[in-house]
Design a protein around this ligand. Sequence first.
Ligand code: FAD
Length: 397
Amino acid sequence: MSDTLEYDVLVIGGGPAGSTAGRFSARNGARTLVIEKRQEIGSPVRCGEGISLSWLDELDIKDVGPWVSRYMNGARIYSPSGYVLEIVEEYAGDEVGCVIERDLFDKDMARRAAMEGADFMVKTAATGLLWKDGCVVGARVKQLGREFDIKAKIIIGADGFESQVGRWAGIYTAIPPKDIMTCFQYRMTGIDVDPDYTHFFMGSGAPGGYAWIFPKDERTANVGLGVQFSRLDGSVTPKDYLDRFIAGHEGLKNGEAIDMVAGAVSVAHPPERSVADGIMLVGDASRVVDPITGGGIINGMKQARMAGELAAEAVDQGRSDHEYLKRYEKRWRERFENKLWRNYMAKEKAMQLDDVMYDKIVDALSELDLRKVRVETILEGVRRKYPELIKEFEDMM
Ligand SMILES: Cc1cc2nc3c(=O)[nH]c(=O)nc-3n(C[C@H](O)[C@H](O)[C@H](O)COP(=O)(O)OP(=O)(O)OC[C@H]3O[C@@H](n4cnc5c(N)ncnc54)[C@H](O)[C@@H]3O)c2cc1C
């Protein structure tokens, strides 16, 4: 292999966003390479594995792969005192339709990209960017101890939550501690919970976050919890919170943990920019994670399609300047930005609620028919039951 490789498009990171960007770039005629620093795409898994299936058409996926672990009927949201709000799958958002095997999912997304012509290199980490006249023109990479350059007309940074690529490119990607959710999760077996629903638990048991149970089969589930990073003072860890939650849950306390993962999720507002000369960021690297749920797989993949398509377009036009690449930014903002900001504001509000408020809100909402729900219906429901809460609620809406 020569010391320098050349491609039209170089995607750094082989997660779902990177593979999707690579797939649509290759589909549209650009010679595309995806590099992944880990030796195996999709592994180890750091994910609750809850997603909807509402995005398949948008990403032109006709058959679900071997990665569906279990289909869900809907979601249940529990307040601290046990009020329950049930939401059917259709209305439950991007994290609820099914629980997946994330390693198989990521591999399947990579397979689809490869089938459409993208090349892949695993165990190949970008260690820096290559520049020419202020424009990013490639990356320095390290593969099994060997270092070489990969030049490309367009670089797509898909390197996840801690995106170094964004920082190297001078795009501000730092996340304030109050907008980081620190998570801990076990896969538990021998448990007894309704296996056809995802379960979300609000309140002070998970300060600034929530606990979740995402069933994988009748007796097995991902059981996890996220805590706002800025509320951790070192005396109680996310694992401690999770262990307490499990000990206090009748259906979980006799189960066994068969694996554990720790990780962090951004619950920040959308970034100020996601492009610079020669480079675009996608997925977690560009913070399109839903600030309420911390779910980022689907938004990231939808956004990555836009980046892949625009990358191929830019190569075709011989453009790599940020003015041209801003078309990508405009497209994804039109699609996601309002919702991301709205959910960010709602998350900020939710962080101030105490257990009593959560009880009242879940109680008030649980009496509504959420199939017909509109903002006015919710406000009316809360006004009827807890008129004193209406101001808080109007703010949240
Ligand atoms: C505990 C936990 C639970 C979660 N649960 C859910 C959930 O239930 N549902 C949901 O939708 N989302 C969930 N998320 C969020 C979800 O995992 C992310 O939003 C999603 O993985 C983002 O995809 P991505 O492709 O942008 O980044 P990633 O999946 O993080 O992929 C980035 C890839 O880039 C590679 N990489 C990094 N640096 C380099 C480099 N220098 N060179 C080459 N490769 C590099 C990494 O190895 C990685 O494979 C959860 C996250 C955590 C931590």
